[in-house]
Design a binder for this molecule. Structure first.
Ligand SMILES: NC(=O)c1ccc[n+]([C@@H]2O[C@H](COP(=O)([O-])OP(=O)(O)OC[C@H]3O[C@@H](n4cnc5c(N)ncnc54)[C@H](OP(=O)(O)O)[C@@H]3O)[C@@H](O)[C@H]2O)c1
Length: 258
């Protein structure tokens, strides 16, 4: 029996999909979560908290690889420092998921991701770090909220290159099952779209009529200049699923209002 792979954030949007791919590849998976959850086929859940370090020793016991997907909206630096501090030096690999543009967006959550990337790179542990663009799920969630308004406000000139979380999960699982590679090429989706285009496609797919109002938001200069897009010099294989295909699977057949 091979040692388990620990997936932090294995209850989240991305992490759940990573767990499915690793178990499909025949690996035993352990998930660290703040919740108390019953074990399932091939997956055991350990309750803990990366912010405090609680439960980490138990979660890491006997683990050969870690896929670190846990994150909260404050950022990942403390959690990542606690995780690498508790990991055994003979760990075969730590796989970390970051965000495209961490080195170009100097504020907030994204800036913290850059710090977490550095913590991983300087940990002395063998690692692979993948930067990905925004997931369709995140955009759909935000778009659904905005579309409740009679006029949908969106930031003007805000280009994004969203990607399917399932395709990113497949890439992370592949990395976890291979040799550590350090910083690997970035992953984005197949299209660059403006925020307004994303919202208009959603409205069409959901069968809803709403005017979309593009607002010239102040600041966000790096984002408007393309900081969230994959730099061609750092690009790896892009995801294949388009935003419209994703919408068709999530929204197309659902009743209006979803
Ligand atoms: N969303 C995007 O568009 C996007 C794009 C590129 C990269 N990423 C990166 O991908 C990763 C996953 O994102 P996601 O959208 O899938 O996240 P998510 O759905 O919000 O899930 C967050 C996960 O983190 C866990 N978590 C949060 N705080 C924790 C703590 N203190 N201790 C232990 N576990 C904790 C949660 O587990 P419990 O609640 O069960 O404890 C949950 O499983 C993040 O690193 C994010 O930066 C996201």
């Amino acid at each position: 029996m091979t040692s388990p792979i620990l997936v932090t954030g294995g209850t989240g949007t991305l992490g759940r999909l990573v767990v499915l791919r690793l178990t499909a590849a025949g690996r035993a998976v352990r998930v660290l979560t703040r919740q108390t959850l019953p074990d399932a086929d091939g997956v055991d859940f350990v309750t803990g908290n990366l912010a405090t370090g609680a439960g980490l020793a138990e979660a890491l016991d006997g683990v050969s690889e870690i896929v670190h997907c846990a994150s909260d909206n404050k950022g990942d630096a403390v959690a990542t420092r606690n995780l690498v501090g508790a990991a055994k030096p003979d760990l075969a690999q730590l796989v970390y998921i970051s965000i495209v543009g961490t080195d170009r967006v100097g504020f907030g959550y994204v800036k913290e991701k850059l710090e977490a990337e550095r913590i991983v790179a300087n940990s002395g542990l063998p690692y692979s770090t993948l930067r990905a663009t925004q997931f369709f799920d995140l955009i759909l969630k935000g778009t659904r909220q905005l579309a409740r308004l009679p006029v949908v406000p969106v930031p003007a000139r805000f280009p994004v290159q969203p990607v399917d979380a399932g395709e990113v999960a497949a890439r992370l699982a592949e990395l976890a099952l291979a040799e550590p590679r350090g910083e690997v090429p970035d992953m984005g989706g197949p299209q660059v779209l403006s925020f307004a285009e994303l919202v208009r496609s959603y409205l069409r797919a959901a069968g809803r009529r709403r005017p979309v109002l593009e607002l010239p938001l102040p600041g966000l200069k790096p984002v408007k200049a393309g900081a969230l897009l994959v730099d061609p010099d750092r690009a790896g294989p892009a995801g294949k699923l388009t935003w419209e295909q994703f919408l068709a699977s999530r929204v197309g057949s659902a009743p209006a209002g979803t």
